[in-house]
Design a protein around this ligand. Sequence first.
Ligand SMILES: [Zn+2]
Length: 270
Amino acid sequence: MPELPEVETTKRGLEPLIINRTIISVHIYKKKLRWKIPSHLSKTLKQKTINNISRRAKYLLIQLNNGHLVIHLGMSGSLSVVPSTEPLKKHQHFEIKLDNLTSIRFNDPRRFGSILWQEKGEQLKVMKNLGPEPLSYDFNNDTLYNSSIGKSKNIKAFIMDSKIVVGVGNIYASESLFLAGISPKRLSGKTSKNRYKILTKAIKQILTDAINNGGTTLNDFSNVDGNPGYFSQVLSVYNRDGMPCIQCDGKIKRIIQNQRATYYCSRCQH
Ligand SMILES: [Zn+2]
């Protein structure tokens, strides 16, 4: 599943290929993704120039003069830029043809992704109530601690809550807690300010490393293959249950918290 680092890598990969390009036509091959792709897009996007692309949480925002095309990759989505003449592949549900004979294509086998339109001056419901970006200055030593006061949920669920901080998915939550030496079972409201400081640093570090690793896939971005590929990176605890901890040689444990698998070392994380 594409997490924040993959979405950021997609953004960086698309940037040089689509900015300042003009949209010639829009093609919706399969309307029904997570939500219906608005059918007015063919009209709304036609002849508009792409001014910018940015990311907010796991949403990609393609900026035009009249608003933003908002794309979420869902469980299995990916974007690619290919020659427009390339035959359409099975799971390519949406296409934007650009003025240089290339196309942005949205590929999504499981169809949990979404393509939405945000009119200029408006804010989509899905973009509201989002917490700070984990790699921004707004997410700092005080942020997590201040929002933890009085909270009763476990710390893993707490850092995965997008109202608290966006983009910390299941893998990165486990990895960040391991790096910070904090047990995922600890209660968020009963964790010290100093430990939140260490955790904040760990979250930034884990996500930055993942993005930097993902950078290597950028060269393949416009491959005919049309798939940026979700990068597998070196993980310390995630998916390693029963295997030796890289720090203490103890066994990595797997538990279920809030219906999600959590991996941790009970010796290194308290
Ligand atoms: Zn350990």
